[in-house]
Design a protein around this ligand. Structure first.
Ligand code: ADP
Length: 616
């Protein structure tokens, strides 16, 4: 109960005039007018008719004053009432209707007061005044305050007439006053209530409308919340189902993974006593040892995954040389028997000089990530090259591992970092693995507070990127952070560069590369967006165009942008400078071509070539 009433605020109004505060008064008066118009017209027709009709009785009742009284009726009151009635059909009426009704009440009242003054001995006219009061207070819809004012003025007019202009006795005047005052009081009371309830109705309806609107609003919000929650639930359910599937797949794969080397180990161990000679025995032992190595590696992986899952793995920092680490990794694969069977070139692109590359980080885990990525690259790539490198951005270092292998399909790229994903992919026997390498790498990169992602093209190759934060080594001549940035003392504060790039981390890299220059970047996530953004922003100074993008590729986007503005410099970027990509992008209208992963210095200098030309 208390709750219900608290929803409806108390009605605020002036107790004498009944007016609302301004905000509510205007709409109330509008509504009061439209609700009252019909009743006003009916009551006015009736009052005017009665006023005129009684004129027929005047010659019979008061033959001596019939002419004067009829003049009052037909020359004053009836015309005034008729004019007001006619006015009600015009739009201005709404503004003045209460004033006009007030005047009508006064004219009708004054008219009959004069009649009473003329013939004080005839009671019919006294009754007439009572009729005027009731019409004024109840029927014509004059508001309380105006009606009361008109009623009491009429009362005064009667008294002035009766006292000064008629020969009515004091007793008669007093007894009439008693009735007229009573009529006025009753009329006021009734008019007050009529208007009060009209206002209350209006107010309650208004409150109701507001609350309905609020409920509607809440409903809409609720629907939205439910929609969002449902989506979240569906996502969570899908995730749970997927992880369930992956777990089963993992168990199946694990048992296969463990069984394969175990089978070999137990098989050759059984054969060992039956070996013909030492050579055969050595061969069996080698096979056993190699399977033990595989099994140990698998168990290490599983241990890592469980440690990471339990949050037990911590980074152990030490000072080491990045270049040394890169070279070590290349060397370990270069001398690998399996890799030697392929025609692969392994390259390390170290962007810092030897003395400058000392950093403090967890070497063991960083090596583990790189070994996983390079291991995969060697496993899946049969010919071409594998390139590893890094690039520094203030206190972050970005690594990449690029290969010319088979590439990874777009829909699989999303999942390869998930645990045990491998078992859902199809591979040749030598490419089989536990499916844990990338999952472990991803978790390790996370420990380094970095991110890992891949860009790949079927038939051309893959580039894996990851970044991590590092501290500079104590013993290093470390000026490289500064040097690195000093190389690019360009200020492109007022320059706008449109970056068309579908992979968000790659856009981030470009952003970091250009941070110092203060150039403004606009990011388009595909070719179509690039064309749209270019149309929208006529102040773009240069476009960096990734070639392989969904919806519309970079070549088509370049063509369309060059049609809009043939002189805009466009630099194409792609991870693979193969199959005539360079020629294709130049013939599509690109002005230059740079291959990813970008070399910071070359990248900035290339952009400078175009931007500085514009300013220069
Ligand atoms: P695995 O132990 O099977 O290599 P990973 O987690 O390391 O497991 O890799 C998951 C899957 O991602 C691989 O099975 C393979 O399908 C795909 N993959 C990883 N790296 C490459 C690459 N360089 N080229 C092509 N496919 C790759």
């Amino acid at each position: 109960m208390t709750k219900d009433t608290s929803l409806i605020q108390e009605m605020k109004y002036n107790k004498v005039t009944l007016s609302f505060p301004e905000k509510n008064e205007v709409p109330f008066l509008k509504q009061y007018f439209s609700d009252s118009l019909l009743q006003f017209r009916i009551s006015f027709v009736l009052v005017t008719f009665l006023y005129a009709f009684f004129g027929l009785l005047d010659p019979v009742i008061v033959p001596d004053f019939a002419t004067e009284i009829q003049i009052i009726r037909f020359y004053f009151v009836v015309p005034v009432l008729s004019v007001v009635f006619i006015c009600s059909f015009f739009s201005f009426f709404e503004r003045f209707w209460q004033d006009l009704l007030f005047v009508s009440f006064l004219v009708a009242g004054a008219g009959i007061c004069i009649m009473i003054t003329l013939v004080p001995e005839n009671y019919t006219y006294y009754a007439g005044l009572m009729l005027i009061f009731s019409a004024g207070y109840f029927f014509i819809k004059l508001r309380f305050f105006f009606a009361a004012l008109a009623g009491w003025i009429t009362f005064v007019v009667y008294n002035v007439g009766a006292i000064f202009f008629s020969d009515a006795s004091n007793t008669l005047i007093l007894s009439n006053d008693f009735f007229y005052a009573s009529a006025n009081l009753i009329g006021m009371f009734a008019a007050y209530n009529i208007e009060y309830y009209a206002r209350r109705d209006f107010y309650l309806n208004q409150q109701l409308d507001e609350q309905i609107a609020e409920v509607d609003h809440l409903n809409v919000n609720l629907e939205k919340i439910i929609e969002v929650r449902t989506k979240e639930l569906v996502l969570a359910k899908d995730k749970a189902e997927q992880s369930d599937k992956l777990k089963s797949a993992f168990l199946a794969s694990m048992s296969h993974e463990v069984r394969t080397p175990l089978n070999s180990i137990s098989g050759f161990a059984e054969l060992l006593p039956t070996a013909d000679d030492d050579d055969e025995r050595i061969e069996y032992v080698d096979l056993i040892m190699s399977n033990v190595k595989d099994l140990t590696a698998l168990i290490d992986d599983i241990m890592d995954i469980s440690k990471i899952e339990a949050g037990l793995l911590e980074l152990a920092e030490s000072e080491f040389s990045l270049n040394e680490l890169m070279n070590e990794i290349i060397k370990s694969f270069d001398t690998n028997e399996f890799v030697k069977t392929k025609s692969l070139k392994l390259i390390a692109k170290n962007s810092l000089s030897e003395g400058n590359s000392l950093i403090i980080s967890d070497k063991k885990r960083l090596r583990q990530i790189l070994m996983n990525l390079v291991g995969n690259a060697c496993k899946f790539t049969n010919e071409g090259y594998i390139e590893i490198g890094y690039q520094l951005y203030l206190n972050e270092v970005y690594f990449y591992v690029k290969d010319t292998g088979p590439g990874i399909e777009l829909d699989k790229q999303k999942n390869i970092f998930d645990r045990f994903m491998q078992s859902t992919l199809t591979h040749s026997p030598e490419q089989q693995g536990s499916g844990l390498g990338l999952a472990i790498s991803k978790s390790l990169v996370k420990l380094f507070k970095g991110e890992i992602w891949v860009e790949s093209e079927i038939g051309e190759g893959s580039v894996f990127y990851f970044n991590l934060q590092f501290k500079k080594g104590n013993n290093s001549t470390l000026t490289f952070v500064k040097n690195n940035n000093e190389n690019m003392e360009y200020n492109w504060k007022n320059k706008v560069i449109l970056v068309a790039e579908d992979v968000s981390n790659n856009f981030l890299l470009v952003k970091k590369s250009l941070r110092k220059t203060e150039a403004e970047l606009i990011w388009a996530k595909n070719g179509q967006e690039a064309v749209d953004e270019f149309r929208k922003n006529p102040n773009i100074d240069l476009v960096l165009m990734d070639i392989r993008m969904p919806i519309m590729n970079g070549l088509e986007a370049t063509r369309q942008i060059k049609e809009i503005n043939p002189s805009i410099p466009i630099i194409a970027q792609t991870a693979y400078a193969m199959d005539g990509d360079r020629e294709r992008s130049l013939s599509a209208g690109c002005d230059e071509y740079i291959s990813k992963p970008i070399n910071l210095k070359e990248f900035i200098e290339l952009i400078a070539k175009f931007l500085e030309k514009q300013t220069g």
